[in-house]
Design a protein around this ligand. Structure first.
Ligand code: CU
Length: 142
C-alpha cells in the first residue's frame, strides 16, 4: 500500500514543517520475491530514505510471516557471493539506502508460510530516532 503510506508521510511533513525529524524518514517500494513451498528463508528489498538532520539506525525488525528478520549484505569473494549479517543498519542524515537483489537486503529466517506472488504482508521496523514504522511488503513473481 504505497499510496496511503506516502500520503501519511506528506501529511505529517505538512503538519510538522521542514526539518522535523520524526517523520522525515521513509521506507518505500518494499517487495519480496515469491518463495517455493517449504522454503525457510525469504528476502525483502526496499528504499530507506532519511530526509532529517539526524542520523538514525534500525533497532528492531519483525514480521508475522517469519520467526526472525536480519539485515544482510552480499559480498563477492573470489567469484562466490556470500551473505553476512549487518550488525547495525545506520542511515545518515540525508542518506538514501537501497536494499536490492545482489546487495543489502533483509533476510527472513524461519518462514512460517510461503510468500505468494500478488499478496502482501506486514513488516514492523523500529528506528532509534524516527520510531516505529509498519510497512506493507508486496510479493512479486520471480
Ligand atoms: Cu541474506
Amino acid at each position: 500500500m504505497k499510496l496511503p503510506a506516502f500520503a501519511a508521510f506528506v501529511l505529517a511533513a505538512a503538519l510538522t514543517g521542514p526539518g522535523a525529524s520524526a517523520d522525515g524518514l521513509s521506507v518505500t517500494d518494499a517487495w519480496s520475491r515469491s518463495t517455493p513451498p517449504g522454503a525457510r528463508v525469504g528476502a525483502v528489498y526496499f528504499t530507506l530514505r532519511n530526509d532529517t538532520k539526524k542520523s538514525d539506525r534500525l533497532l528492531k525488525l519483525s514480521t508475522p510471516v517469519a520467526e526472525q528478520a536480519e539485515v544482510h549484505r552480499t559480498e563477492v569473494l573470489d567469484g562466490i557471493a556470500r551473505m553476512r549479517e549487518v550488525a547495525v543498519l545506520h542511515v545518515d542524515a540525508g542518506q538514501t539506502i537501497v536494499l536490492e537483489p545482489g546487495g543489502m537486503h533483509l533476510m527472513l529466517v524461519g518462514l512460517r508460510q510461503p510468500l505468494v506472488a500478488g499478496t502482501s504482508y506486514d513488516l514492523d521496523l523500529l528506528f532509534e530516532v524516527a520510531g516505529p514504522r509498519k510497512i506493507s511488503v508486496e510479493v512479486r513473481a520471480p
